[in-house]
Design a protein around this ligand. Sequence first.
Ligand code: FUB
Length: 324
Amino acid sequence: MKRLLFVSVMALILAACGQEASQKTFVFEGNPLVRDCYTADPAPMVSSDGRLYVYCGHDECFEDKPGYEGKYGFNITEWLCYSTEDMVTWTDHGVIMKPTDFSWAIGEAWASQVMEYEGKYYFFVSTQCGDPNCKAIGVAVSDKPEGPYVDAIGKPLITDEMTDNGPRGWWNDFDPTVMVDDDGTPWLCWGNGTCFLAPLKHNLVELDGPITILPMENYVEGPWLYKRNGHYYNVYASMGQTLETISYAMAPAVEGPWTFMGELMGEEKDSFTIHPGVIDYKGKSYLFYHNTSLSLDGYGPATGRRSICFTEIAYDQDGLIHLK
Ligand code: FUB
């Protein structure tokens, strides 16, 4: 009997959100997308296998497990992955990597993005590499979109020392976004407080030129860089009245000049952060973001208890983005 109980409890634990090698499926019931755990910083990617993958951090802030910024702050110990082929039925791929899988990182699964490139999947992540203000960007690689991912270079790709950190001077080097331009140049863009840009070599794991700053109006963090129908876009977290909003800028080339196009989405109640990710999939366009609408355990909304969501967007004839 004891053994039966143990096996049942283990089965329940293994079925829980964020377990390795999980292959649960669930049906989208409206936002938030994931309802069995807290998820943040959604990064959508359409793979050549035809599926849409969404990567995110696993928010685990609980009263008895204080977050990095206190009781209700951030405690993000791993990255999760979900996929779909119809936006309705989703597969939960479980934990695909932890910050501590990078030998040089000490924790914190901040925002990420995956890019499929020449038959491999490159997972760009932000994490904590030292004291609380020391952020870094790493890159891991896999043969499959759902991993397993392994550190591609054994050291951070971007560290604090590589940028002058702008007026804020700390916590700048995270939130990576990547795109490959029409001439084949891969670009890495990132930053909190300052939006940085640098070309990457074709191996995707080395810089191939100087780091420059993209002037972005009302910029906070979470850039999402892409090109669509001849226009370059940077969709990013901007500052609202008291919480983050989502704004975007457009340009005729990745290095600019960039024009501020205004706010795309307003504040999400109770969530300081909002973090955009934009994707086209099967003839529709989507904006992914996060809010704090999920309450799993009665503690209610908090900065470190976020949930990924998505909504359809549309582009008009001038390329401007509208919420549908
Ligand atoms: O999840 C941690 C941080 O909050 C992200 O890196 C930022 O973009 C913000 O969403």
